[in-house]
Design a protein around this ligand. Sequence first.
Ligand SMILES: [Zn+2]
Length: 260
Amino acid sequence: MQAHSLFEGSFSVDSSKKFIPFDASKDNKKDRPGSLFIHVHPFLIESANGLLLLDTGIGHTNETGGLQLHDNIRQAGFEPKDVRYVLLSHLHKDHASGMVQERDGTLRLAFPDAEYVVQRGEWEDAYSGKSDSYQMEVFDILQRSGNLLLVDGDGSLNNEVSYAVSGGHTPHHQVFHILVGSEHFFFGGDEAPEPEQFFRQFAAKYDYDGRKSMALRQQYWEQGCAEGWVFLMYHSTNIAIGRPKEKETGGGYKLVDALA
Ligand SMILES: [Zn+2]
């Protein structure tokens, strides 16, 4: 399998929009009233055009101040400097904070050898500073770096990677289709964030357009079943890299772990 989950951990977030590690074996959800609990899985894909990183997590750091994301990439058997493209579904804090890292009190790009692929409308919305779901300091670093590759609408990066504006979670949210080897990987960012949402239909309050997101999820699932996609699910609490499989009993598809 050419896809790897870079599981950053489980966190709670309340109205302060700060992410606090949550360890289900010792922490109690009741002690954090008004919090949302999330799992965070950036992904790494080996492609012929170089390593691809899909979203960058919350920027969690280890005891020595290094990026957890960097550690996870090494643990998967790669070096952070070998990341060629950082593909961003959107720029909310829990997806974009690992784009940079702090070293000696200064923020720098976490992947200085990579191009960061961002949808232009998403960049403009994030940079306008109108929403506290975005973290401004991060964007200044990227803006000045020369590593920002803004894309407009639907298109492709090379013969393996294409992007499509979906616009449900944020007005310019994008999803990625990645064809490597014999696999079709689909990264839906926050429009297909966890398996349960394929099977339980609802419009979510945290989406810019909840009904659109709901319709998109259904469409992705149906097309993915028909074409045998591998789904990469950023906020999954169980299967993060999964593929649809026809139920033995007939009557539709279920999702199974693609790594098993
Ligand atoms: Zn989001």
